[in-house]
Write a protein that binds this ligand. Structure first.
Ligand code: ADP
Ligand code: ADP
Ligand code: MG
Length: 461
């Protein structure tokens, strides 16, 4: 039995893991950087060890220090959260060789699915539709141009190690391709230490629809429905919801089966997400698999009444899934707004600082996952997401009205946040009618008069 877990992450997800462990009666060890000493997860965990300076490369990415902390404190397992070491196969190998359980799939699976080009090849072999594109990594510009011509413009150049919306460039024609290709490679090298890129046809106006998978170590695989994450800025999700307003029952079943097949084809275990793009005609294409818990997992939890972090821990503990596909019933709708310390008026530029006043919303059907509080100083070294607001109810309209109401109650003063922006989206007819595609935010910003819109939606200065 797992009785103590090290949480190799920070922020809201670290707190989320502390909460799940506490309910399971499992002890927690927080590891933190010098910048995070005042963070709530450090205070709420049973034990805490400082692993280094603020910079992620000196702390949250330092595998050796994290393993040492695990050994000193005698933990049974490590939960990696998302980002940081969560998809680093070498880290999982280190855990495996130290006989510490990694809460996630094996290093081999992470290696195969974490490389985006390799994952696409695996999906293709399993008979799952993928976006027309290159056969894996393209080394030279000359070769890339040929492939781009045959795919047809616009073409997307994507980093095999990319993530978090980074490492992607669109080329609209052959004249622009050379430069974009070189820039993409250089950026990928800098951001991920891996300059390998591949090509995909740029799908016009798609929806991003992903399926949540759970797989135990006994061959059982289920999906817990989909999440629609089409509302994105710079290829990064801002608002997510479940179920998707776009999917018919027929398409949902087809995509759900494809997701399960993708997981089974690699012998996947633990929680994972299969991401698809869906075009205007309802054709769907596998784009990647995330071999970890995702930021937007709460919307699935609220519509299926499950605790995905607890399920991850139970799976790692060797337990069998406690439900079959038929037993997963969805009769609610949930929406999540990411609360980012960003200025929507300045192209979502991060704006860390000190939160003076913090008052989260409450009431029926409202959930807040956040590690911040009044007086909290947001460190500038990490992701700008400082929390998530989730609302749910019997149907989509209730969830949207509730989100609008809850965003209106949410007070975070002293810094700029995405709250007023998301509040405006909750009233937008395109979003309300369930018609948002990945182009939504761009078009919304053009359509709306941002000044008056954000002013009228601002609750407090
Ligand atoms: P999700 O995929 O869970 O919906 P994101 O794509 O925003 O959410 O990723 C979650 C977090 O992990 C973000 O903080 C993001 O910056 C980080 N992240 C994801 N993939 C990578 C990667 N390959 N390299 C570095 N950071 C990543
Ligand atoms: P990441 O690893 O950063 O999450 P993804 O491959 O999941 O990268 O893509 C992130 C987003 O970029 C998608 O949700 C979608 O909005 C956009 N995108 C990715 N591939 C394509 C494509 N071939 N055509 C159009 N948009 C795409
Ligand atoms: Mg993705």
């Amino acid at each position: 039995m797992i009785s103590k877990i090290l949480i190799a992450n920070r922020g809201e997800i670290a707190l989320r893991i502390v909460r799940a462990c506490r309910e399971l009666g499992i002890k927690t060890l927080a590891v933190y950087s010098e910048a995070d000493e005042q963070s709530l997860h450090v205070q709420l965990a049973d034990e805490a060890i400082c692993i280094g300076p603020a910079s992620p490369s000196e702390s949250y990415l330092k595998a050796d220090r994290i393993i040492s902390a695990a050994e000193i404190s005698d933990v049974d397992a490590i939960h990696p959260g998302y980002g940081f070491l969560s998809e680093k196969a070498e880290f999982v190998e280190q855990c495996e060789s130290c006989k510490i359980k990694f809460i996630g799939p094996s290093s081999e699976i992470i290696r195969n699915m974490g490389d985006k080009a390799l994952a696409i090849e695996t999906a293709r072999k399993a008979g799952i539709p993928t976006v027309p594109g290159s056969d894996g990594v393209i080394p030279t510009t000359e070769e890339a141009v040929k492939v781009a011509e045959s795919i047809g413009y616009p073409v997307l150049i994507k980093a095999v190690s990319g993530g978090g919306g980074k490492g992607m460039r669109v080329a609209h024609n052959s004249a622009a391709f050379h430069k974009e290709f070189e820039v993409a490679k250089a950026e990928a090298e800098k951001a991920f230490g891996d300059g390998d890129v591949y090509l995909e046809k740029f799908i016009n106006n798609p929806r991003h629809i992903e399926f949540q998978i759970l797989a135990d170590n006994h061959g059982n695989v289920v999906h817990l429905g989909e999440r629609d994450c089409s509302v994105q800025r710079r290829h990064q999700k801002l608002i997510e919801e479940a179920p998707s307003p776009f999917l018919t029952d027929e398409l949902r079943e087809k995509m759900g089966n494809a997701a399960i097949q993708a997981a089974k084809s690699v012998g996947y275990t633990n929680a994972g997400t299969i991401e698809f793009l869906v075009d205007e005609d309802g054709n769907f294409y596998f784009i990647e698999m995330n071999t970890r818990i995702q930021v937007e997992h709460p919307v699935t939890e609220e519509i299926t009444d499950t605790d995905l972090i607890k399920e991850q821990i139970r799976i790692t503990d060797g337990q069998k899934l406690r439900f079959t596909q038929d037993e997963i019933v969805i009769n609610r709708h949930a929406i999540e707004c990411r609360i980012n310390a960003e200025d929507p008026m300045r192209n979502f530029a991060p704006c860390p600082g000190t939160i003076d006043l913090y008052y989260p919303p409450g009431g029926h059907g409202v959930r807040v996952d956040s590690h911040v509080y009044g007086g909290y100083q947001i460190p500038p070294y990490y992701d700008s997401m400082i929390g998530k607001l989730i609302t749910y109810g019997r149907n989509r309209e209730i969830a949207m009205d509730r989100m609008y109401r809850a965003l209106g109650e949410f007070i975070i003063s002293g810094i700029k946040t995405t709250i007023p922006f998301s509040k405006a989206i909750m009233q937008d007819p395109v979003f309300r009618n369930g018609k948002a595609t990945t182009k939504f935010i761009e078009e919304f910003v053009e359509r709306a008069n941002m000044d008056t819109l954000l002013q009228s939606n601002h609750n407090i200065e």
